[in-house]
Design a protein around this ligand. Structure first.
Ligand SMILES: *Cc1c(COP(=O)(O)O)cnc(C)c1O
Length: 368
């Protein structure tokens, strides 16, 4: 009898479903034989690569036969002034997804419980289950995190609480004050992860000074990314801010060269490209407003968003998603997030958003 490999896998892995990424443009081209496709499915920066990052990548290719700097010295220098932390408080990763994974591998094992929102970024659930730990999904309130519910879910087995702020796929946002009150109530033996992937899209006046909380809470870890406002999704680079003690633990667990040379060079360069980031944030703001008022005019409900995407309420969302594909528009169905009657639309360029609105209008009117 052939051996059952599945039976050998770690507990939890057999019940896992792979992460469902947004459909790549090339795949839709292959499947439907159409071109001129618009992808609004993965919250990428629609401006494309920053010219400064492009120059830095071109220059760095000459060194690719060498290993990258395992400590990311120069990127950490730049990040330490951008984030107002010391370099020894920074952990770099192959996307923020990887720093989250390192964090889980460092702190979570067998019997532990990890608390997150029922409609939170799905990676928390994937990591928890792949380790064989127990996920505790707390129901949302108006699609947002129920911080009191999360506190109430704490047991002696709780080892971590993950909070995405703003959250993906709902776009909901917790005020600095509510978060501060929450942090003060969490027992200090529980790691609190604050996932700030959309940090740059939150207006300065509404941002939490979350980095200041690191002084007070050695159990706090803040993850951020270059994949969204900085436009480097394809290179995979993210980082985690924490106490030096926590960073030291992660540094033992991580793979030595987990941030590649091109990613390091591009991330350093894009931190200097404030014009690029400002343009991305400004475009997002005006186009978000335009998309919301269009939804209002069409009587389409949506969840007000603090990110670079808008999640709208649509009956039979999966069928609408597929009909949109035939119009050459890729959005994101989020049934896997327990939201089968919603679609998430990334805010694109003006012409891309126009394509989406026209396509959705077409799909909905032909359904009637
Ligand atoms: C996009 C996203 C990330 C991270 O993506 P990386 O590309 O791995 O940096 C992390 N958290 C949330 C909530 C996101 O939406």
């Amino acid at each position: 009898m052939a051996i059952d490999i599945k039976a050998l896998a770690n507990q939890g892995v057999n019940g896992l479903h792979p992460y469902q990424p947004g459909k790549p443009v090339e795949e839709l081209e292959r499947e439907l034989g159409i071109s001129n496709i618009v992808k609004l499915a993965s919250n990428e920066n629609p401006l494309g690569l920053s010219p400064k990052a492009q120059g830095a990548i071109a220059a760095a290719t000459a060194e690719l036969a060498r290993y990258p700097d395992a400590n990311g010295f120069y990127l950490k220098q730049k990040l330490s002034s951008y984030c107002n932390v010391n370099a020894d408080q920074i952990t770099l990763g192959n996307g923020s997804n990887e720093v989250l994974e390192i964090l889980f591998r460092t702190f979570i094992s067998g019997d532990d419980e990890v608390i997150f929102d029922k409609h939170a970024f799905i990676v928390y659930a994937l990591l928890t289950q792949s380790i064989g730990a127990t996920a505790v999904a707390v129901p949302s309130v108006e699609w947002g995190h129920d911080l009191d519910g999360m506190l109430a879910a704490i047991t002696p087995k709780t080892r971590m609480i993950c909070i995405a702020n703003p959250n993906n796929p709902t776009g909901t946002y917790l005020s600095p004050q509510r978060l501060a009150e929450f942090l003060a109530k969490v027992p200090e033996n529980i790691i609190v992860v604050l996932d700030e992937a959309y940090f740059e899209y939150v207006p300065q006046s509404e941002r939490a000074d979350s980095v200041a909380w690191l002084q007070q809470y050695p159990n706090l870890a803040i993850s951020r990314t270059f994949s969204k406002a900085f436009g480097l999704a394809g290179l995979r680079v993210g980082y985690l801010l924490s106490s030096p003690e926590l960073a030291d633990l992660l540094n033992r667990v991580r793979e030595p060269f987990n941030c590649n040379m091109l990613a390091l060079a591009a991330a350093e360069a894009v931190l200097d490209d404030t014009d690029y980031v400002n343009r991305a944030v400004a475009l997002n703001k005006t186009e978000m407003a335009r998309l919301m008022s269009w939804c209002d005019s069409q009587n389409i409900a949506y969840i007000p968003s603090h990110g670079n995407f808008l999640t709208i309420e649509i009956a039979e969302a999966q069928a609408v998603y597929e009909a949109l594909l035939h119009q050459g528009v890729i959005v994101r169905p989020i049934g896997g997030y327990g939201m089968p009657n919603h679609l998430r639309i990334s805010i694109g360029l003006v012409a891309e958003n126009d394509r989406f609105m026209n396509a959705l209008h077409h799909v909905l009117s032909s359904k009637k």
